[in-house]
Design a protein around this ligand. Structure first.
Ligand code: BGC
Length: 739
């Protein structure tokens, strides 16, 4: 449709139809799976509303979609197609590693590829928009949703945000096999106080602008078509009714002109926040803030008419929102072709196809982070290996959001191990359930082994069986971790240790066989201080997805050399949270190892540093870093500095290393972080090989949110660090000079 035609359509629509465009309901209302029960009606959603809702959430399957779209359009007075949205987070049916794991690859292209393939599977199944990427910056591992983020660093998150938007949308959402990206949750949702889900967020404007906004902005600039509001308040105002945030920052400063959708029921929640008097007030505040779509409440649909009639809300506000929604439908080509890419034949061909599975496997391999290794890994041929732990046969290794994933499509470690049966001798034992009897409540509905007494007896039996196997093996691989529902939405925790029952298993197993490796399944950083002492190697595999087992076996056997780096700091204990590498010095700086000194910014019982820092990850080989060389010792707005370093593989295996460059701005109009990631490059080196890695430092890299909240650099002294993680020691100073 041309712009004129679209405007004409808007003019021709009745007010009811227009308001309908702002409603989003579940797809189930169109397939008969959901019904208008009492509570749904109370929320204002009616048959009439459903009949003209502009979008649906959670509808998929080409045939089903086509049928729904046909029926819907037939009844729609202006034959406007319905837009279909879904949470395609780390994959549709082929499941890629969770976003936090993808962040660990330090290779945004990995996320782009995963997003492109996820888009294709979703598109052929009738989906138009995904509620991804989540680009919330996260510093607190107590918050369960850190698994959906790519971590604690603004630059890494921004790079990934762009890559994912590109992967989903390509050059244009109307193109074949593309879907629109919805960036979420604007803004600051990743910083709930105390890591408690849906809690208040208190961030200074400087921190918001300097650290939290950049990834959203990057995604918007990359062309993301949709943005989702966040549940939290900022400065006491819930995002969903925050005019400054949505109108001034998002639309004005960042230049977003796409569709803004509320998070699930967030418009109605303005009332519970105590920010809106009632439904009318909530509708008014959200629309005035510029929220176009009301996800899953009937606040807009039941209240807007009155507000427009009595002039409380201007008609232009409604028209503006509707026009944006129609605009997205038009960009997707739905008016001309409401079927878009939905195609049952292609669904069979594309979903879980070889290419997608291979990409999933490679992405998983790149995301694994080797935390410890005294040389016990990789496993050597002919060794007798006992695989012990609840994740040895587990197939639900795809993270909390993979609602369409099926265990039968997933490769477990045990299944993948069959391919190595000729070279190794493997035995398997579960050893323990994921959660012990005393901790079932962590996962609502967790299926323990029946009655508590019987479950306890089963725990003992599993442990004894595992100990016997461990005693007979050369090495033990302990596959431990979190249940997939221990991270994700509504999964905040105050304890960050592995479940007790699994820690007991670990302690008992190392008593009978200390040659122990831990393979850790997790959706968040954990406190691994005990595990570090007990195991000889530790490999974090996150929630690795459909091909997880294959990727793990290839890594354990040395076919693949781990190269992932932590996108979030791993704490020594939960009391350190929130924890991020780019903290400020404070007026009483503290160095690790000086605990005996009083009146410093430190804890009395634990070091300040994390157990494993941001950017950290080992390899089966070793890399030696030379000295940093700068081609000049100063730069200006017009000139740059080349920073170079030689990295050599001094170990026995070929491997990849992510060389990271951090900058410290020594003095600023606001205090500056100890260091900040500014660039990174992944290189591959054969044993004995060395490469010169060079980075260009520009004035642009040195810009930050200054005291007056403007972005810019400030002349003065800087320090550059280059190394394999955020604690890199090698450094050189340089100056930024004014022209
Ligand atoms: C989550 C969003 C998600 C939405 C729709 C909400 O509870 O916060 O991230 O996209 O549900 O499923």
């Amino acid at each position: 449709m041309t712009e004129e035609q679209l405007k004409k359509l808007l003019q021709d629509m009745s007010r009811k139809e227009k308001i309908g465009q702002l409603l989003q309901v579940t797809g189930g209302f169109y397939t008969g799976e959901s019904i208008l029960t009492g509570p749904v009606r109370e929320s204002g959603i009616t048959e009439e509303g459903v009949a003209c809702a502009g979008s649906a959430i959670g509808l998929f399957g080409a045939e089903k979609y086509k049928e729904v779209q046909r029926d819907y359009m037939e009844k729609h007075p202006h034959k406007i197609p319905i837009l279909v949205m879904l949470d395609v987070i780390n994959g549709f049916k082929t499941i890629y590693p969770i976003p936090l794991a993808q962040g660990a690859a330090f290779e945004p292209k990995v996320a782009e590829d995963c997003a492109r393939m996820a888009a294709k599977e979703a598109a052929v199944s009738g989906v138009h928009v995904t509620f991804s990427p989540m680009v919330d910056l996260v510093r607190d591992a107590r918050w369960g949703r850190v698994m959906e983020s790519t971590g604690e660093d603004a630059k890494l998150n921004s790079d990934y945000a762009c890559a994912m938007v590109k992967g989903y949308q390509g050059d244009a959402v109307g193109e074949k096999d593309r879907i629109a990206a919805c960036v979420k949750h604007f803004a600051g949702y990743g910083a709930p106080i105390a890591g408690r889900e849906y809690n208040t967020v208190e961030l200074s404007e400087n921190t918001l602008r300097g650290y939290y906004f950049p990834a959203y902005e990057a995604a918007v600039k990359q062309g993301a078509e949709v943005v989702m509001t966040s549940f939290n308040t900022l400065g006491g105002i819930p995002s969903t009714g925050n005019k400054w945030l949505m109108r001034q920052v998002l639309r004005g400063e960042m230049g977003f002109d796409g569709v803004l959708i509320s998070d699930w029921a967030a418009i109605e929640e303005l009332i519970y926040h105590g920010y809106a008097e009632g439904r009318e007030d909530a509708a008014k505040k959200a629309l005035e803030a510029g929220v176009d779509i009301d996800m899953m409440t009937g606040v807009y649909i039941s209240e807007l008419e009155k507000l427009l009639d009595n002039g409380t809300v201007k008609e232009e506000l409604l028209d503006e929102a509707v026009y944006r929604i129609l605009g997205l439908k038009n960009k997707m080509g739905l008016f001309e072709n409401p079927v878009k890419d939905a195609d049952a034949e292609r669904e069979k061909e594309i979903i879980l196809c070889k290419e997608h599975r291979e990409t999933a496997r490679r992405a998983a391999e790149k995301s694994f982070v080797l935390l410890e290794n005294d040389g016990i890994l990789p496993l050597k041929k002919k060794e007798k290996i006992a695989f012990i732990g609840p994740f040895a046969e587990e197939k639900e290794i795809y993270g909390a959001w993979s609602m369409l994933a099926k265990p039968e499509d997933t490769v477990s470690v045990k299944e993948a191990a069959h391919n190595y049966a000729d070279e190794f001798s493997f035995t398997f034992a579960k050893g323990a359930p994921v959660l012990g009897v005393s901790e079932w409540e962590i996962v609502p509905g967790y299926e323990g082994a029946g009655e508590k007494e019987a479950a306890l007896a089963e725990e003992e039996r599993l442990l004894q069986e595992a100990k016997e196997l461990a005693a007979l093996a050369d090495k033990v691989v302990l596959l431990l971790g979190e249940h997939r529902r221990m991270s994700g939405e509504a999964a905040s925790r105050t304890k960050l240790k592995l479940p007790q029952v699994q820690r007991r298993l670990l302690r008992e197993i190392v008593k009978v066989n200390p040659e122990a490796v831990i393979v850790l399944f997790t959706g968040r950083p954990l406190d691994l201080s005990e595990e570090k002492e007990l195991a000889k190697a530790m490999l974090t595999v996150w929630m690795p997805g459909t091909e997880g087992g294959a990727a793990i076996m290839r890594t354990l056997t040395g076919e693949v050399n781990p190269s992932g780096k932590l996108p979030m700091s791993f704490p020594r204990c939960v009391g350190q949270e929130p924890l991020n590498y780019n903290e400020y010095f404070t007026g009483r700086p503290y160095e690790d190892g000086c605990e005996e000194r009083m009146y410093r910014s430190n804890y009395r019982d634990v070091q300040n540093s994390p157990l494993y820092p941001f950017g950290y990850g080992l390899s089966y080989t070793k890399f030696a870093y030379g000295e940093i060389e700068l081609d000049k010792d100063s730069l200006t707005e017009k000139t740059s500095i080349r920073a170079e370093i030689t990295v050599k593989n001094i170990g026995l295996y070929e491997g990849s290393e992510t060389v990271q460059l951090y900058v410290q701005d020594c003095v600023g109009s606001v205090v500056r972080p100890k260091r900040e990631l500014k660039a990174y490059e992944k290189i591959s080196l054969a044993p004995g090989e060395e490469k010169r890695v060079s980075f260009i430092i520009t004035e642009e890299m040195l810009r930050f949110c200054r005291a007056d909240l403007s972005f810019g650099s400030e002349a003065g002294r800087f320090r550059v660090f280059i190394g394999g993680d955020s604690s890199a020691k090698k450094s050189k100073e340089f100056m930024l000079e004014t022209e």
